[in-house]
Design a protein around this ligand. Structure first.
Ligand code: PLP
Length: 411
């Protein structure tokens, strides 16, 4: 490992026009140039341990050899067709992904490929509404979807319409109607919010952006029972929680729950390109007939080649087992930091942790800046909370190094 020296901070982007880049992000002051596994190198040659892993888009690490090989092979063959024409990897990808997701989906699933996580969520919303009108007989334009407070499902105008994060929402009105917000984890509030207009309940199994908030053990089974009873679709947004992060292939497996629709993204693209999908009930996704929904890039040959390779990796069960094992180690070490008073709280499951620092001591941003100076990349979610989500391929020694550096940064 190259020795790590402090990094000068650089001016943040603003609206003055001095930078050609819009200021919608405030990245940490580091400029990366290459990466391999859990490590990245900046333009000055300094190395950093990546404890964010592209918000879980890099579950298999940077440039996983098998995934890169699959992408290279496909680059030399066929990259884009549009859905105007079929190609020879689209059905194999659909078969592989639906087989992988079958344990968490009601009935025999089908899939619809898109690109980003937000597009997968939009697709699920559209399918649920159309199913509500055409199958459930909900009165025209009356469909409602119940969502949770503190949700994060993406950045489109419809999705931010039901965000409770003012930074994400303010200024983007008029908002898309048809959403009801209830507290996350509150079964009674959810029951009260469901009526004859309700077509779906849309939830993250575990609220990632909120700081890896894991609901009580009885919550998801109760939500499933409510949805079944009311004939309302349960949509699980597994864009961040899915594909190994929780020590299971899908977070829903933690509670033995099946959803009607599951949204996937991030790690599905192997850290190489955006690949997302909705996997779910055939009678629900089946309402999206030709002309009603689509995407130029969704399900392109390159995406399918990488997606198939990702499913192949997960089919072995090895990344999930590793996430579970290393996760136990991570949570026990974080628990020790908590006991010693360095952390206010830590929580999570698998190789996924949310930690809170005392806001009187430092903000999450300041902690991440300190971590950066100690050669570790992490990102605050909000306030004094940061999320740790390294590649599932991280070495145990590297994980220990990250926690050692965290302790150092907290002192
Ligand atoms: N859904 C969840 C649960 C997410 O965490 C995210 C992104 O963080 C999204 C959807 C949106 O994904 P994307 O940024 O690829 O649009």
């Amino acid at each position: 490992m190259t020795s790590i020296t402090p990094v000068e901070s650089r001016p943040d982007g603003d609206a003055s026009g001095a930078s050609p880049l819009a200021p919608n992000y405030r990245p940490l002051p580091v400029t990366l140039a290459s990466g391999s596994g859990s490590w990245v190198r900046d333009v000055d040659g300094l190395m950093y341990l990546d404890m964010l892993a592209g918000y879980s888009a890099l579950n298999f690490g940077h440039r996983h050899p098998g995934l890169i090989a699959a992408a290279h092979a496909q680059l030399d063959r066929l990259t884009l067709t549009s859905r105007a024409f079929d190609h020879d990897l689209l059905l194999p990808f659909a078969a592989a992904l639906t087989e992988l997701a079958a344990p968490v989906v009601v009935g025999t699933p089908m899939m619809l490929p898109m690109n980003t996580g937000a597009e997968a969520v939009e697709t699920a919303i559209k399918a649920a509404r159309k199913w509500g009108y055409e199958v459930r007989g909900v009165a025209p334009e009356q469909a409602t979807i119940v969502v949770a407070a503190n949700n994060f499902h993406g950045r489109t105008t419809t999705i931010v319409s039901f965000s409770t994060d003012e930074d994400a929402r303010r200024g983007f009105a008029p908002y898309t109607p048809g959403f009801r917000v209830v507290p996350f984890g509150d079964v009674d509030a959810l029951r009260d919010a469901i009526d004859e207009t309700t077509v779906a309940v849309l939830l993250e199994p575990i609220q990632g952006e909120q700081g890896v908030v894991v609901p009580a053990a009885g919550y998801w089974p109760a939500v499933r029972a409510l949805c079944t009873e009311a004939d309302v679709l349960l949509i699980a947004d597994e864009v961040q929680s899915g594909l190994g992060r929780t020590g299971t292939t899908f977070a829903l497996e933690l509670w033995g729950v099946r959803a009607d629709l599951v949204t996937l993204g991030k790690a599905l693209g192997g850290g190489i390109l955006p690949v997302s999908a909705v996997v779910g009930r055939a009678d629900v996704l089946g309402v999206l007939t030709p002309g009603t929904h689509g995407s130029t890039f969704g399900g392109n040959p390159l995406a399918c080649a990488v997606g198939i390779a990702v499913v192949d990796l997960l089919r072995t069960g090895a990344p999930q087992a590793r996430a579970a094992e290393l996760g136990r180690h991570l949570h026990s070490r974080l628990h020790t930091l908590r006991e010693s008073g360095l952390l206010e709280a830590s929580r999570g499951v698998g190789l996924w942790a949310g930690i809170d620092v005392d806001p009187a001591r430092m903000s999450g941003r300041e902690l991440c800046e300190r971590l950066l100076r100690h050669g570790v990349l992490a990102k605050d979610t909000h306030g004094a909370t940061i999320r740790l989500a390294p590649p599932l391929t991280i070495a145990l020694d590297d994980l220990d190094l990250a926690v050692d550096r965290l302790a150092l940064a907290l002192r």
